[in-house]
Structures are given as structure tokens and as C-alpha cells.
Ligand binder design. Structure first.
Ligand SMILES: Nc1nc2c(c(=O)[nH]1)N[C@H]1C(S)=C(S)[C@@H](COP(=O)(O)O)O[C@H]1N2
Ligand SMILES: [Mo]
Length: 360
């Protein structure tokens, strides 16, 4: 018996592999999307599940590609559209897995203008519609996949999925052995950049925001919404004096820890008198970029004018930026000019975080 045949006998039946591929992709897309919002240690499991599922998918895709190699060759010769679609799917999956693994194993934060993790996300999301087309006429019920299986199949299957867990355990060791700067990353996968050193940490615009310098002399902060007495404050009248230490952790793969100085949002809210039925506080940038925090969380957040004792630079949001501890970087709105108390969260902010800055 050839080595390939022996390997073939170590793997579970193909329907089971197909369903597992499907399940792994569903888990990866779901956990991948959720990690964009995961900023506290309680969410760390999402990154673990994402990593283990990704590595299991590497093994599953390996088995699958090996099994279909004959059909693919025939399909390519016959110029079959179905096989073309399958190849596109394979390329997207391999691309998403490859960029994910590369990042974990110390790949660069940026490839040209795009963050490696952004490329990873785009490839991963592109898998979804192509997989849907690929599966339309193919999937049989999971019961078929399990029918006729025996204990040996179950063991083979556990082995295949277990590969992911073992590989996940091994990657820390690999990083340490390679001496890559991934060895000291946070639970989110992000790597440290410029902590404690004032404005010298990465400047990141999420999509297209790029306002011209905000003039503190004409800028003012308005505090309004479902409140008793709305008001506005000039830059010089900001009641600064509060400080808190917090980690900004961008989904493009870096984090930075600083002491932020400014004003506590709770103090502003006390001054403005929040109405009984208020639930959210929205922070809006001069660019239209905006995000809301639940009222109680917002009270504890800070609006910063300075970082590590230095006045914020333009890139970091001068004159005022939100510091939202335990939230991912994209929620730390820069160039804030409005704090609005609301009953319900505005759905438009989901569009605004992608589209602000694109109009001009
Ligand atoms: N107005 C506005 N605020 C923004 C962004 C933006 O594009 N526009 N980018 C967000 C993202 S994705 C991150 S990670 C942080 C980056 O802050 P920094 O540039 O000060 O490092 O700001 C957030 N606040
Ligand atoms: Mo970010």
C-alpha cells in the first residue's frame, strides 16, 4: 500500500469532511466578526476558538484538496465552470488561512497600504458567497454523513479536528523559537507599539477619514440629546483634570497603552442632567464618524485632550478623542465635537464608521 493510500485510510469519510469544512467556515466567520468587538479578557475565548478552528480547517482543506485532485484535473481540462468556482473557493480559503497564519507567525502589520489583517478579513468574507454557490446543489444532510460511520471513523475525525488544537498550542513555541515579535502579543493577537510614549504610536484611520486640522479656537463641544440642559463648551473651558490608563487595541493588529488626560464623560453628563429614559451616549466626530456606548459605560469613559502629558496630535484626534477602555480601537472616536444622550442607538453609525470621509 502506498503512503498516500495509508494517509487516505487515516481520514474520515468525505461527506463528514465536507460538513466539517462547512462547520469550520461558519465558526470562523462568526468568531472572526465577533473578535472585532472583543476588547476585554472575558472575550479571549473567541480568539482561541477562531485559532483552533482555523488550524483544523488547514487540515480539513488539505484532506479535501488531496481527495478531489483527480476531479479537479479533469475539470480543468474540460474547462468546467463548476470546477472553476471550486478553484476560486480554494484560493480564497487558502488565502484567508495563509494571511491569518502569517499574521500569527510574525508577518508584517501592513502590506503596502492595507493591513494584513484587513486582507485576511476581506478574503474570509469573500469565502461566504462563493461557498454558498459551491454548496447550492451539493450538500446532503448531516445524517447521511454520519450514517454507516463506526468507531474508527469517530477516532479519525477526532484526530483531524484535534490537529487544530495541537497546532494552536504549538504556535507560541514556534514564535518564541523564531524570535518573532508575535511572541509578546495580547490576547487579541495585537502587538505592542509605542506604549507610554505620548503621541508616538500608530495613527489609524479606519476607512477614509482624513479631516484637515481642527482649529481649537473655533471648535466647541456640544452636549445634548435627551438631557435637561444641553450646553456647549469651548476648548479652554473643558473641565480637564481626570486621568486614566487604558489600552487602545486596533483590529489591524497593534495595541498601545497610555495614561490619557482629559474629562470624565460622567462629569459632563452630571452637569447636563440625563433624562430618566436615556440609555446610550453617542460620540460624534467632526467628520461624521460616530459610535455609541451604553450610558453606564459611557459615564466611566474619558474624553482625552492629552496622552502621557502631551497635547493630542492632530492624527490622534486633537482637540478631543474618546478613550473607551475594554473597547476596540475603532470605537475610540477621534476629533469629537458632539456628545449626545439618546434613548435608542442610531443605526446610521454602522454606516458612518465605514462611509465617513468617503463623500469628498
Ligand atoms: N473620526 C474617526 N475616529 C476614529 C477613526 C476614524 O477613522 N475616524 N479610526 C478609529 C480606529 S480604527 C482606531 S484603531 C483608532 C486609532 O486611533 P489613533 O489613530 O489615535 O491610533 O481611532 C478610531 N477613531
Ligand atoms: Mo482600528
Amino acid at each position: 500500500m502506498s503512503l498516500a493510500d495509508r494517509l487516505g485510510r487515516l481520514t474520515p469519510p468525505s461527506t463528514l469532511v465536507d460538513w466539517s469544512l462547512f462547520a469550520a467556515v461558519v465558526v470562523l466567520v462568526a468568531t472572526g466578526l465577533a473578535t472585532a468587538f472583543a476588547g476585554s479578557l472575558g472575550d479571549a475565548w473567541l480568539f482561541v476558538v477562531h485559532g483552533v478552528a482555523g488550524l483544523s480547517l488547514v487540515a480539513l482543506v488539505g484532506v479535501k484538496l488531496y481527495r478531489v485532485r483527480g476531479r479537479v484535473r479533469a475539470g480543468v481540462r474540460a474547462r468546467s465552470g463548476t470546477v472553476g468556482l471550486s478553484l476560486l473557493l480554494a484560493a480564497l480559503v487558502v488565502g484567508a488561512l495563509g494571511t491569518g497564519l502569517w499574521f500569527v507567525l510574525g508577518g508584517p502589520l501592513f502590506l503596502g497600504p492595507l493591513a494584513l489583517l484587513v486582507i485576511h478579513v476581506l478574503l474570509g468574507l469573500a469565502v461566504v458567497p462563493v461557498l454558498w454557490l459551491h454548496l447550492r446543489d451539493r450538500l446532503h444532510s448531516p445524517a447521511d454523513a454520519l450514517a454507516g460511520g463506526d468507531r474508527r471513523d469517530a477516532l479519525r475525525y477526532a484526530g483531524l479536528v484535534g490537529v487544530g488544537a495541537v497546532a494552536w498550542r504549538a504556535q507560541k513555541t514556534v514564535n518564541r523559537a523564531l524570535g518573532t515579535d508575535s511572541a509578546d502579543r495580547r490576547f487579541t493577537g495585537s502587538r505592542e507599539r509605542g506604549s507610554g510614549d505620548g503621541n508616538r504610536f500608530p495613527v489609524t484611520m479606519w476607512v477614509a477619514d482624513d479631516p484637515s486640522i481642527v482649529d481649537a479656537a473655533t471648535w466647541s463641544l456640544s452636549v445634548d440629546g435627551t438631557v435637561e440642559e444641553p450646553f456647549a463648551l469651548d476648548y479652554d473651558a473643558l473641565p480637564t483634570g481626570a486621568q486614566r490608563t487604558a489600552v487602545i487595541d486596533c483590529t489591524s493588529g497593534w495595541y498601545s497603552e497610555h495614561a490619557w488626560q482629559g474629562l470624565r464623560v460622567g462629569d459632563l453628563l452630571d452637569r447636563v442632567g440625563v433624562a430618566e429614559d436615556a440609555r446610550w451616549v453617542q460620540f460624534r466626530s467632526v467628520t461624521g464618524y460616530r459610535w455609541s456606548l451604553p450610558l453606564d459605560e459611557a459615564r466611566g469613559a474619558l474624553l482625552a485632550t492629552a496622552v502621557d502629558g502631551e497635547t493630542l496630535s492632530h492624527g490622534h484626534g486633537f482637540p478631543l478623542r474618546l478613550v473607551a477602555p475594554q473597547r476596540r480601537g475603532f470605537q475610540w472616536v477621534k476629533w469629537v465635537e458632539s456628545v449626545r444622550v439618546t434613548r435608542r442607538r442610531e443605526l446610521g453609525e454602522w454606516v458612518a464608521i465605514f462611509a465617513s470621509g468617503l463623500e469628498e
